[in-house]
Design a protein around this ligand. Structure first.
Ligand code: NAD
Length: 359
């Protein structure tokens, strides 16, 4: 276990069992160097304990990178609660988890992730202050969508020399909390949408609201378009899909879009501009971290919109160095987390740019 922690650079690992409620949880704190670790809590079935541990370690590292490039005074952390196979009292379990977090004295701030919901965060909040995404915080997804939208505008400008989305053809995969909000923005800006989702209700909605064209989930990769926008699953850029892509840009909200970093190199070789996922989708994290720190939505809006400027800098460095953007993002994030970044491209919190997330 220590070897694994070491290889991910994870600073602390906490485990907790509470037989009274069925709680079995792991909290991985990747780094507290820049401030308390922040990151979501998963509540899903794991076939083995090892899989839960792997998830916590891997995802905590990713959160550190995301917080670093977002310029947040936080490190990354991740919690996983192994979903019990037998009946359990959800409120009691979440409260037990809240007590566990409270014992960490603020080294870790939890948030929503796969399998957890606002009501869970409310239960946790009964036991600790170190929680966000409660019903008082609100849904971070529209903020994630805003950051992705700004990143798409920057990518289009980088590729075509203009931020105009009129007539731009975008293949949007996944119409969930982020995808649907993003589709609205893209449609409003004049983009032409081809969409897919596992849920026909969601694709029907997109057809009606955005005049979108629906394709089945397997064929979205083959659709010729300007942009592929993954907002569903991770690892969608892989050996099966990569060569099918007929787009100029890949930019979306999904976490861990590249199955391996080498797939990102291959995109670069093919001349496809790839916007690193953890930079693009940081809007939700910026929102929850800043709300937790007492910032007002107006201030947060400009910080989320600044994702576009950070991405622009990254693309410029990519051009200058002849290196794929995701490699530069990783190097920058690692340097910031290690405290060795000289000239960092991380976002400054002081941007004055005003953007309406509903725009
Ligand atoms: P969600 O669960 O609300 O929506 C995901 C959607 O993708 C669902 O409608 C699902 O049916 C669809 N989907 C799943 N597999 C698919 C497939 N093979 N083909 C087409 N559609 C498929 O999730 P979300 O909150 O909208 O998040 C979307 C992605 O963005 C996830 O990868 C998530 O990790 C990432 N992300 C979300 C946030 C946020 O604020 N919600 C923040 C950062 C990153």
């Amino acid at each position: 276990m220590l070897e694994q922690m070491y290889s991910y650079g994870v600073e602390q690992l906490h485990t907790c069992c509470d037989p009274a409620t069925g709680l079995r949880a792991i909290i991985a704190i990747h780094s507290t160097r820049r401030g308390p670790a922040i990151g979501g809590c998963r509540f899903i079935h794991y076939p083995q304990e090892q899989a839960a541990l792997n998830d916590a370690l891997r995802l905590a590292q990713g959160m550190s990178y995301k917080a670093a490039l977002a310029g947040l005074p936080h490190g990354g952390g991740k919690a996983v609660i192994i979903r019990p196979d037998t009946a359990f009292d959800r409120s009691a379990l979440m409260q037990a988890f809240g007590r566990m977090i409270n014992q960490l004295n603020g080294d870790y701030i939890t948030a929503m992730d796969s399998g957890t919901q606002v009501s869970d965060m409310n239960q946790i909040a009964q036991q600790t202050h170190f929680v966000t995404c409660t019903s008082q915080t609100g849904d971070p997804s529209p903020w994630t969508a805003l950051g992705v939208y700004e990143g798409i505008l920057t990518s289009v400008e980088q590729r075509y020399g203009s931020r105009d989305l009129k007539g731009c053809h975008i293949n949007l995969q996944g119409l969930g909390h982020v995808g649907m909000a993003l589709a609205q923005k893209l449609y409003d800006a004049g983009a032409q949408l081809t969409v897919c989702d596992l849920s026909p209700a969601l694709t029907n909605e997109a057809e009606k609201r955005f005049n979108a064209c629906t394709v089945n989930p397997e064929s979205i990769y083959r659709e010729k378009a300007d942009i592929f926008c993954p907002c569903g699953l991770g690892a969608v850029i892989n050996e099966h899909t990569l060569e099918q892509l007929q787009v100029d840009i890949v930019a979306g909200s999904a976490n861990n879009q590249l199955q391996t970093p080498e797939q990102g190199d291959r995109l670069h070789q093919r001349g496809i501009l790839y916007a690193p996922d953890y930079l693009l989708n940081a809007g939700g994290l910026i929102f929850v971290a800043r709300i937790h720190a007492g910032h007002k939505p107006e201030q947060i809006r400009s910080q989320v919109a600044h994702i576009g400027s950070t991405l622009k800098q990254l693309y410029q460095q990519s051009e200058q160095q002849g290196c794929a953007p995701h490699r530069i993002a990783d190097q920058q994030a690692q340097a910031i987390v290690a405290g060795s970044a000289g000239h960092s491209m991380a976002m400054s919190a002081g941007s004055n740019r005003k953007v309406d997330p509903a725009a």
